[in-house]
Design a protein around this ligand. Structure first.
Ligand SMILES: [Zn+2]
Ligand SMILES: [Zn+2]
Length: 115
């Protein structure tokens, strides 16, 4: 239902820069609807970690840090500088985007992660 764009390779320089700035950890601070309170207010999911048993390793996404930015068309999101990007785990990314879409601010169409 999401119509996800296939991710580009992990070798993408910007993706690597975003991930290393995030220390390989999801940077969601509750915009997904979970407070992440028991994890210090930040999502504990790490790149390459396992979100749950019997699931593959988590692959973090580089996407706009601002929830509204997640609604940008991909070509506009791709033009954002690194400081406006954040690492997201797929669950937080999808939930945050859904929440942002619901509020309707700045919604111009579907967007997806950059990489
Ligand atoms: Zn997360
Ligand atoms: Zn989250």
């Amino acid at each position: 239902m999401s119509g996800r764009i296939p991710p580009l390779g992990d070798t993408t320089g910007l993706w690597q820069a975003v991930l290393s700035a995030a220390a390989g950890r999801c940077q969601c601070r509750g915009t997904c609807g979970k407070t992440h309170a028991k994890d210090g207010g930040r999502c504990p999911v790490r790149h390459g970690g396992y979100a749950r048993h019997n699931a593959g390793p988590v692959r973090l996404l580089a996407a706009p840090a601002d929830p509204d930015g997640l609604l940008l068309p991909a070509h506009r999101a791709a033009a954002l500088p690194k400081r406006e990007l954040a690492a997201w785990c797929p669950a937080c990314h999808d939930s945050t985007r859904r929440t942002a879409a619901k509020t309707g601010r700045g919604a111009t169409g579907p967007a997806d992660s950059l990489f």
